[in-house]
Write a protein that binds this ligand. Structure first.
Ligand code: NCD
Length: 290
């Protein structure tokens, strides 16, 4: 289990900080190892741009050899199961399996049955450990600490593995975390606050995409109505604290959860998060294969 990265809640905070420190070294180009005898295999059973390709870049930066998998042209079309597909790549003797799948905790069925390290690139609405690590690295670079900071996570909380993962780990690291958004997207077990109030008092305003692909019924509001009521509009951004930053895991639906012109404004860290994604993925890959 040691080399896997399945959920951040499996990791002690010391281990999380150690991964972030290592990622920060890679960010500065310090002590980058070469794993030219290792093979990583990226198995994305769900769509992905950032996670899949930044893992790919991270693997390249570590000198690993990379096998990518295209579900559309694989034997999944011949009714092969998820389990048998993963077992196939494991049988090839690869060292790391980076997996994204729509089923929550898909990895439980693999534990004890594969030799390669499993790195979770997202499981359903459950966990997205590398996304949270890159979010944490971005916050650490910005503020130098976690303790005492406030983050509002806003939007489609119920369907977001990013919200679930961040809520747990940020609180563990001493941050205050509140959620905001339409009632239908919130969860009773997570602290909630009025969005306007939270925008004014947070150090980190983290916006989320509406995860329509996970909704059973279509949303009751139009995109315009959503933007006005729960989006980070130009007017709301003006009420943020001086040093507060805007984050978003992306993909962004511009002018829905975030005003188009805020995507690259001074306080936006969205593309910075993507750059940091490469460094944290290098750190977890190193941990997995060294
Ligand atoms: C997120 C995901 O897929 O969980 N994106 C990402 O990995 N950067 C969020 C989303 O799809 O909205």
């Amino acid at each position: 289990m040691g080399k896997n990265l399945l959920k951040l809640s499996d990791l002690h905070t010391d281990e999380i900080i150690a991964i972030l420190d290592r990622a920060q070294m890679f960010c500065q180009g310090i002590d980058v190892p070469k794993f030219s005898d290792k093979i990583a295999c990226n198995l994305f059973f769900e769509s992905s741009t950032r996670t899949q390709y930044s893992f790919n870049v991270a693997e390249e930066r570590l000198g690993m050899r990379v096998v990518s998998f295209n579900p559309a042209s694989s034997s999944l079309n011949k009714n092969e199961s998820f389990y048998d597909t993963v077992k196939t790549f494991d049988s090839f003797g690869v060292d790391a399996l980076v997996i994204r799948h729509s089923e929550n905790e898909y990895f439980n069925q693999l534990l004890g049955h594969v030799d390669a390290a499993i790195l979770n690139g997202g499981d359903g609405t459950g966990n997205h450990p590398t996304q949270s690590l890159l979010d944490l690295l971005t916050i650490k670079q910005e503020f130098g600490r976690f303790e005492g900071l406030k983050c509002v996570i806003a939007g489609d909380i119920a369907h977001s593995r990013v919200a679930h993962t961040n809520y747990e780990v940020m609180r563990r690291l001493g941050m205050e975390v509140v959620t905001a958004g339409p009632k239908e997207f919130l969860e009773d077990s997570l602290d909630q606050e009025d969005f306007d109030q939270a925008v004014k008092t947070s150090d980190v305003v983290m916006m989320l995409r509406i995860q329509r692909e996970r909704h059973a019924a279509s949303m009751s509001m139009s995109a315009e109505e959503f933007h006005k009521a729960y989006g980070l509009t130009v007017e709301r951004e003006k009420t943020m604290k001086d040093k507060a930053i805007i984050m978003h895991p992306a993909p962004v639906n511009r002018d829905v959860e975030l005003a188009d012109c805020l995507m690259e404004c001074d306080r936006a860290r969205i593309f910075k998060q993507m750059s940091n994604g490469v460094f944290v993925r290098m750190a977890v890959l190193e941990r997995a294969v060294k």
